[in-house]
Design a protein around this ligand. Structure first.
Ligand code: 5GP
Length: 238
């Protein structure tokens, strides 16, 4: 192990709704130590079994606006008509505790974090194609047909931003996706720690590298095509 003090790594995960992100994030947090989830503030109402202080802190619009004025947010954005924001204190606490931080935020929030913390590691999760996303949204049984159609349009708009992320993960088979996500977190920790990589860990680095923006090119074409999105002329890896 390196003897240098721990520098908190910030991982950003974004995905269109219905792409299985929450499951992946929960599994990742269960299986990787030293990684803290940043619980966002939101003005939307709790859904199902959601409880205050677990998935989100649920606050009123005036409360949220007071927090904006007090500069309590690292980033915030309006998504589907509600405010969502990442409190600065989560990053401060992670730094104090020598842990890494995971942010589950939308593409607008991701752009703000990338400006403030350019070394943040960003991961975009994609569904295998539009049809699968549509089926997943229907299966959840949460939304009416017109909402599902709106979510699909929004999904395409969000997916257009994939080129701003370091890693692209196509969530086809859950078990495999979890393994890939773990690999990305571990590979980044190793590379940045400057430690010598044990030979038996090379496959982890390879698995992560396989998802780097610069390496996913051809594999994305059919997915983007299903959402009627053209390929980027030059994807911008960082
Ligand atoms: P949901 O309401 O379905 O939980 O989340 C809707 C969207 O808001 C998701 O894309 C989620 O990633 C995003 N989101 C959740 N928390 C934050 C946050 O703190 N900041 C931003 N910018 N987006 C967030």
């Amino acid at each position: 192990m390196s003897s240098s003090p721990h520098k908190t790594l910030v991982y950003i995960i974004s995905a269109p709704s219905g792409s299985g992100k929450s499951t992946l994030v929960n599994e990742l947090l269960k299986s990787v130590s030293g990684l803290e989830f940043s619980i966002s503030y939101t003005t939307r109402a709790p859904r199902g079994s959601e409880t205050d202080g677990r998935q989100y802190y649920f606050v009123s619009r005036p409360e949220f606006e007071t927090m904006i004025r007090n500069d309590e947010f690292l980033e915030h954005a309006e998504v589907f008509g509600n405010y969502y924001g990442t409190a600065r204190r989560f990053l401060q606490e992670a730094e104090k505790n020598g842990r890494d931080l995971l942010l589950d935020i939308d593409v607008q929030g991701a752009a703000q974090i990338q400006k403030k913390i350019p070394e943040a590691i960003s991961i975009f999760i994609l569904p295998p194609n539009r049809k699968t996303l549509e089926e997943r949204l229907r299966k959840r049984g949460e939304d009416r047909e017109e909402v599902i159609q709106r979510r699909l349009v929004t999904a395409a708009e969000e997916i257009e931003n994939y080129g701003r992320y370091n890693y692209i993960l196509v969530n086809d088979r859950l078990e495999e996706s979890i393994e890939i996500l773990q690999s990305i977190v571990r590979a980044e920790r190793w590379t940045r720690s400057g430690d010598v990589l044990p030979a038996d860990k090379k496959t982890i680095i390879e698995m992560a590298d396989n998802c780097r923006l610069a390496n996913v090119g051809q594999r994305l074409q059919p997915i983007l095509g299903s959402f009627k999105i053209g390929a980027l002329e030059s994807a911008r890896p960082s």
